[in-house]
Design a protein around this ligand. Sequence first.
Ligand SMILES: Cc1cc2nc3c(=O)[nH]c(=O)nc-3n(C[C@H](O)[C@H](O)[C@H](O)COP(=O)(O)O)c2cc1C
Length: 336
Amino acid sequence: MSGMFRSYDARFSVAPMMDWTDRRCRAFHRILTRRARLYTEMVTADAVVFGPRERLIGFDAAEHPVALQLGGAEPGRLAEAARIGAAFGYDEINLNCGCPSDRVQSGRFGACLMREPEVVAECVAAMAAAADIPVTVKCRIGVDEQEPREALFAFADAVKAAGATALIVHARKALLDGLSPKDNRSIPPLDHALVHELKRAHAHWPIILNGGLPDLAAARPHLEDLDGIMLGRAAYQNPELLIGVDPELFGEPAPVADGFEAIEAFLPAIARGLERGERLHDYTRHLHGLFAGRPGARAFRQVLATEAGKRGAGLEVVRDAVSRVGREWRLVAAAE
Ligand SMILES: Cc1cc2nc3c(=O)[nH]c(=O)nc-3n(C[C@H](O)[C@H](O)[C@H](O)COP(=O)(O)O)c2cc1C
């Protein structure tokens, strides 16, 4: 399966998001688009090397193309984690140099690595030597008082020279003192233009833009110059957006027509999870953003939020929730 995706095509990806893009979420996103590149939540290199591997990084073959995002700053440990990730069948290993949380800083990795491009370069070189798949980096445009043009361009030069296949840029600074991780995703201003400028300096090296892209219509024009666009919150909070990815960005038919079909196609995976003893809510929490704007969307969410967490809750809860959503809305919209 992964062989089909050996060449690096990151035209569209869904961002790594802690607590959100777990394997169940990715399985659902894959129903909505065959072509989007999907990312795991960040997993630390230590956890991959020493932790319960199958639980932490196990994934389903249907998820390809899928990238494992690692956190760490120690070349040897990251190389070992990258080797393990490649052996698991991941299509890409990505190094997190953009996450600003305290927990991450105390481990000296994440966004604070923007200050240490030479360390990141060592890590990338070690990972690329250990894993026979693309190794990429996700970064910010700088941290704290750094001048973004200098910081980002120096960082890009270093990781490219070290062998990174691509660079994903969340186009805002991270402020490491005083802002929560959440505020760090909205308060520092976006600078998409700087990422375009970076691309002009690296014509033959893939650069992917992330940050504040609200939908495909807004994201698509960036593809005229850049190699890829990565959406995080917009894709998670409005998953139907992903149905447009294959037709609009790849010229291929959409795998499903709408959220109704997507849920129907997801039911077998949910049923298998329930048989393994997983909770319904672990699956349905990733569906809450469906049906935005349709009559009944709120009732849909409410049924899932109140019923899916109950002991023994099964597929009937999903069917009940779906039955609250107005289907005629699409017909009306289509007729207009
Ligand atoms: C809930 C949540 C968790 C996140 N976890 C990660 C993470 O594990 N690794 C990472 O590189 N970025 C993480 N991010 C940042 C996103 O990958 C992305 O860079 C950011 O949300 C900006 O893109 P957006 O505006 O399209 O959401 C997270 C974002 C959110 C909202």
